[in-house]
Ligand binder design. Sequence first.
Ligand SMILES: *Cc1c(COP(=O)(O)O)cnc(C)c1O
Length: 395
Amino acid sequence: MPSGRHFLQIPGPSNVPDRILRAIDFPTIDHRGPGFAEVGRAALDGMTWVFGTEGPVVIYPSSGTGAWEAALVNTLSPGDAVLMYETGHFATLWKQLAERLGLNPLFIEGDWRSGADPDAIEARLKEDKAHAIKAVCVVHNETSTGSVSPIAAIRRAIDAAGHPALLMVDTISSLGSLDYRHDEWGVDVTVSGSQKGLMLPPGLSFNAISAKALAASEQARLPKSYWAWDHMLGPNEKGYFPYTPATNMLYGLNEAIAMLREEGLSNVFARHARHGAATRAAVRAWGLEVLCRNPNHYSGVLTAVVMPEGHSADAFRAVTLKNYDMSLGNGLSKVTDRVFRIGHLGDFNDLMLCATLAGVEMGLRDAGVPHKAGGVQVAMNQLGRASDTGRAAAE
Ligand SMILES: *Cc1c(COP(=O)(O)O)cnc(C)c1O
């Protein structure tokens, strides 16, 4: 093992703070005993705050993919049409999951360089006069590309089309990093996971559920058992679960929620936005291209960088790992080996970002990737206290 801290700069799992690791280290207790209810209720109540909802939240012991499946099987019936938007790899995986469940996903194609376009969604819904489409599914922060979809505008687009479809949003890589408001934005099911903005190890996933989604779940005919909301919601009322919960992960979740409360959600969001802006400034100074082309959709969670023609992103990432013990995100499916991704999410600060960008700049040099030196300096200037006024101006 190399000495010093490994830099885990992939866009999830993110760095797990020591505070959370220590919280997870507490003894596992009887999940049906009197001491457990407080742990369970604290986690459920805390997550309603993080989601910005007064409705129920369900917590599964699963990866984010499980919560994707839960959102669909609880609300839909075999053969239902669902409108999905190809923002990138994760949107594509959710669509494939819908196909395997026997749903009929209609895919609005995208070029992987921006978030979802509300106008395209509105136009497609207006064509659906018979209201065959039962749900609109969008990825909030597309982790394969670093593009953010405008959820409030998508809600307005659905309303403008006068369409009754449910709105389902994947916030697996945005919750706890980017501004998100389940109730205010009129989302019906929000899907999330533990290992990105929530700073936990992988292993927990979430559904936040609107009253409309809950009503839909009473008619939904897709088979479900493990994922069934109704099994969860009864025991959850008192802080218990219908099967063995991930007790130690719930300790960690309560610690993560405490950390978010201490920093304040708006400060957390501003920090991510600032780190995103500084990273993009560094990328441009290197003479490289940011994959996201729509400035309104830039992500504070990660930055995907396009490799210069003829150079391998994976070979470059292998160099940063070998020489500087830093993991960067790879390009997924359509952009395999064409992009690398810098994660700047979760438990993170200015100096960690500077070190991350220094590792990228040294790696570019070591791997012989054509670039201009000095991107780190540009980011430092932007982050430094002397440029406080420049901060607000930075995008
Ligand atoms: C990570 C991620 C997923 C998949 O989550 P798993 O925990 O790997 O199942 C889905 N969607 C988005 C946007 C993600 O970032």
